[in-house]
Structures are given as C-alpha cells and as structure tokens.
Design a protein around this ligand. Structure first.
Ligand code: SF4
Length: 268
C-alpha cells in the first residue's frame, strides 16, 4: 500500500509560516483552503496567480499561500491589485480581505473598481466586526448585533454587500458561507475564469470577537446557524431585500450566485 506523504495542495501553501495566527473556530482558514483549491483546479500556472490582501485577520491570507502575494496597507488592497491587473492582464489577481478593510476604509476603492469593471476577483471575508482589533462594530454589523463600540447593539444600517457590488457594476456577484465550501470554491473558480470585477462575500465565524458577544457560541455553532438559516437562491433578483439579520433567528440568510453578466472590462 502506498501512503501519501504530501497533500495535493501542499505546494500552494507556505508551511514555513505555520503555525498560523488564526483562532480556533475561525473561518478564515476555510476560505484560504477554498482559494487554494480553486487555484489548483483553475489550470492556470500558479506563477500567474497573484494574491493581494489588506490589513486585519482576513488580510493575513496572502501570507499563507505560495503564489506571488502582497500584504498591503489598510484599505488599499484594491488599488494595489488594480495596478497589478492593469499592468499585466495575463495575471489572475485575487484580493482576499475583510469587511472592515474592503468596505470601510477601502469602500471608495471598492465602488470605483466595480464601476470600472477592473479584472479582479475579490473575496470579502465578512465576520461582521473588526476581529483583530478587538471586536468593534463595522460597516456590515447587522442592526442589533453587539460589539465593543456598541455594547447594546449596532443601530446603523449595514451595507448589503452583494447589493452594493451589483449596484456599482460588478460582473459577478455571490454570497456564500464557510459552510458552503463547494459552492464557494466554485464561485472563486468562476471568478478566475471570468473577465471583469468579480465579487464573492463569504460569511465566516469570528468566535473570539463577534461570536461570544452575540451568543453565537464557538465557530462550529455559527456554522450550524448557517446550516439552519441559509437558503440558496441562485440568480436572486431582489438583492436589496437580501440583508443579513443575525439577531432574529426566524430570518433566512440568502446565499447564492446572484449576478453573472458581461460588461466591457477596464483596460483588459
Ligand atoms: S479574532 Fe476573529 S477573525 Fe481574527 S483570527 Fe480570531 S476568530 Fe478569526
């Protein structure tokens, strides 16, 4: 009997960076796993994949994958990635970062990159808070959810990221969770194959900062919540209706591949 000594994706990981910094139950590792599998299945030479990330726990993703990668300044992953993609259209450039980095300080870059239809694959790991800095509420924190800066619950209307991406002009828009590993990996693969601004939101547990303040329990319990509450609606047309209510357990969370259109690509 032959015993495998290496994993099929070992060559795409930087084992010298282990152990990683992520907490037990964090969903970011699952996202990296899916991204690396998508690279493997894309048939594109790893030397032509580039990973760009910003700041925060999610922003550490670029440090663990064994392709050319850039860990950039806060909120600026998209302009760095835009420069790479426009300079060399032969590259497959993926941005992996968090809701705070991409949508708060990086929000203006987000809408303009989508508006221009820059050829980028953007993965937003949404854990509804600033995990690395201790759990402040951010631009995706659902109304009523608690954080260190809103101990009685957030009162501001959160961004609905698929709706925002579609409204700004993205060519591909999806929302999945770390429970939906196959569908999420397929969405990332589709983004690698497609020209234009492709955006996938992936809901991910942050048990350390968000889960414990919102009675979501450990990471596995948040994933169980997704199993119970998510409904798949590929091609859903009413994205403005598909916000995320973490507080009310009766509210479904809609996931799926929502938008897949062709538009002229920015300097592609
Ligand atoms: S603080 Fe939250 S997002 Fe950061 S590594 Fe820990 S669980 Fe993950």
């Amino acid at each position: 009997m032959t015993v495998a000594t290496i994993h099929p994706i070992d060559h795409l990981m930087r084992a010298d960076r282990l152990p990683h910094i992520l907490c037990a139950g964090c969903g970011i590792g699952t996202v990296i796993h899916s991204y690396v599998h998508a690279i493997n299945e894309s048939g594109i030479d790893p030397d032509r994949h580039v990973c760009v990330s910003g700041i925060g726990c999610s922003g550490r993703a670029a440090g663990y994958v064994n392709v050319d990668s850039y860990h950039t300044t806060h909120g600026r992953a998209l302009p760095f990635a835009l420069g790479i993609a426009v300079h060399n259209p032969e590259l497959t450039v993926t941005v992996i970062s968090g809701d705070g980095d991409l949508i708060a300080i990086g929000g203006n870059h987000f809408i303009h990159a989508a508006r221009r239809n820059v050829n980028l694959n953007v993965i937003c790991i949404n854990n509804f808070n600033y995990g690395m800095t201790g759990g402040q509420v951010g631009p995706t924190t659902p109304v009523g959810a608690r954080g260190t800066t809103a101990p009685r619950g957030a009162v501001e209307q959160p961004f609905n990221l698929p709706h925002l991406a579609k409204a700004a002009g993205a060519s591909f828009v999806a929302r999945w969770t770390v429970l939906h590993v196959r569908q999420f990996t397929d969405a990332v693969l589709r983004s690698m194959e497609k020209k234009g601004f492709c955006f996938t939101e992936v809901l991910s547990p942050c048990p350390t900062s968000f889960g414990r303040r919102n009675d979501l329990g450990e990471g596995i319990e948040e994933v169980e919540m997704y199993r119970q509450r998510c409904r798949i609606d590929n091609g859903a047309g009413e994205l403005e209706q598909l916000g995320i209510d973490i507080v009310d357990p009766s509210q479904p969370i809609t996931v799926g591949n929502f938008v897949d259109i062709e538009r002229e690509v920015f300097l592609g």
